[in-house]
Design a binder for this molecule. Sequence first.
Ligand code: HEM
Length: 181
Amino acid sequence: MYGMVNKALQEMVFAAHGEKVWDQIKERAGVDVEIFLSNEAYPDAITYQLVGAASEVLQAPVSDLLEAFGVHWVLKLAVPGYGHLMQAAGSNLKDFLVYLPNFHARISLIFPNLNPPRFLCSDVTDNSMTLSYYSDRRGLSSFVVGLLKGLARHFQTAVTIEQTQVFGADSDHDRFSISWP
Ligand code: HEM
């Protein structure tokens, strides 16, 4: 994944726990990178190792960390750093989510080696929809939940998210039922 992912993780841990704790996490992860370059691609394994080590050092479940990271990604990285892309994608939660399947195509223009997630919206009503999430990567459904919660906070919309399908033997994707007032 592009270095911006690891960098954002570092910033989230820095803000909450400081530099020493981040150094501990890197050491436990066996990751010897001083500065992550946003525009450079790093092996996915580095990100997974950092998240796993953070879970051990902070004694928090991986799912909790990934969810918090999703919120952080939207509110601390996407909105302040890519405001124009966020605004172009929609001015409310529903419009943004309907646009989401196309969103990373825009991002691919900036990051040509992106291996983005794929989203599909269905059963769209004025206050609900089904969102299907496809990825070549495993174990990131809590990240998606956090991203959705971050978007809901950004658009100041109360949201209910329920995972109705889980990737596994019976399904090639995760599926979420999302509703708002
Ligand atoms: C301007 C905002 C955003 C940028 C710049 C961005 C960029 C990226 C980048 C660089 C990656 C790593 C993939 C790679 O390097 O191959 C990624 C992954 C991902 N992004 Fe975004 N993203 C943005 C917003 C969003 C939003 C709003 C969602 C909403 C749900 C989202 C969902 C995901 C997911 C789930 C992944 C994990 C990869 C996977 O599932 O395979 N992103 N994104």
